[in-house]
Design a binder for this molecule. Sequence first.
Ligand SMILES: [Ca+2]
Length: 492
Amino acid sequence: MKSRILCLALALTMLLTFSSFALAEDEPYEADILCITFTGEPIADDAPTKLAFEELTNSLINFTWVADSNYEEKLNVMMASQSLPTIVVLKGLTSSVIENARYGAFWDLTDYIDDYEYLSQINPVIINNVSIDGRLYGIPRTRVLGRMGITYRKDWLANLGMEEPTTVDELYDVLYAFTYNDPDGNGENDTYGMTWCKYDGPLDIITTWFNGGNQWVEQEDGSVIPYFETDGYWEAMQWAKKLYDDGLVNEDFAVRDSAIWTDDFKASRSGVFVDCADAAQRMDSSLVEQGIEDAVWVIGTVAGPDGNLYNLPTAGHAGIVAITKAGAKTEEDLRAALEFLDSTNTTEAMNMFTYGLPGRDFTIDDEGYVVRTEGATDTINQENEGFNQFMTNVANTATQEKRSTIREQVYQVQYVINPDLCVANPCQSLLSSSTVYSEKGSTLETIVDDARVQYIVGQLDEEGYKAEIQRWYDQGGADLVAELSEMNQATK
Ligand SMILES: [Ca+2]
């Protein structure tokens, strides 16, 4: 028995020796990164978090810092002189970024990402949104994609003996009861269903519930049609009009400023709010301050007439992290850069980006939650400034902090439920290259958005609405459809 244990120990020692030998042989990757600093005092080369991160990812990071305020200018100069380092943080897909991608300044990553554990997990809607001519020229700096939700008063729902709505019809019933059945039980007729404002976000969110698309809808042949040509858009508009006609939304929504949009919900005058799901946290805090506890809940979406769940996404990104051909000269160099970027998405790496240095700035408790050290947020804000700007967060792997019930529900809605329900706008990344859109885009959007509101409030009948849609086509819409269709087909 004793000898068996000895053998095992010996084998283990050899194994450990072998693996540390193997690690030592593996040269660190030299990561040259063009990155953003907001304060002009970015993370130092010998900062503990940077050193720990380099050890974790087996890299040596050499930052070139550019101030956020003149990032665009500096970037353009460096692109023009082909002096970009290998890895470049691009804040957005500007026209010069698009031109440089087309001229071959950056590697086309489309056919490579599937080979990497984390990079293969980028949400396809985000890939769509950051593509240039249908190709991927950088790893998205991912932001919450499935952000939207329906915030409501769950105490009112309970008072009325109603269940959480799961369909548009059930939501209608809730809005009706919130308006006419005294949900707050005070005997007064002093509440209504849902607050809208002149910002058209809620109507666009509702449109997706009815499978009415997100601005543009792709056809089988790759051409696109504007979303207002779908049956779903029309049905959503009818539903919205019914809410308005039945008095379930605020009558003045077309002129109500978005700055006071939330006031009625916070004052317990209305019981539903359709916007970013994280608004639920702010609504909850506001009500708690007034002594109304445990009254707010949020869900992602409700099923439309076809029984499916859809939701309106955000862009889901804040630009991309590109790999330059000036820096990565060979495919081997490209692979090394991709491997490095992939390794920045592990749980350990994401925790350093998010919470700072393990042990000093945060620990992980017995339940597996992150616990931040008191005051650590200030430390990492100063010491690690700019450090996480090249974070791509494509797989949301960071360990989570323990949250309040409502925050946990917001997280579930935004990161677990919604991402698979998001409806892509097939033209999202094409619009910046569209000639017609750059000339007439905002005029055209105003025509159709105004027509929708005017129809809902009864200023336009169906005939009048359709005349506005015709005006949309006549004033450049027809050209826009043709141009975007051609552009979209070219990416196929
Ligand atoms: Ca009442």
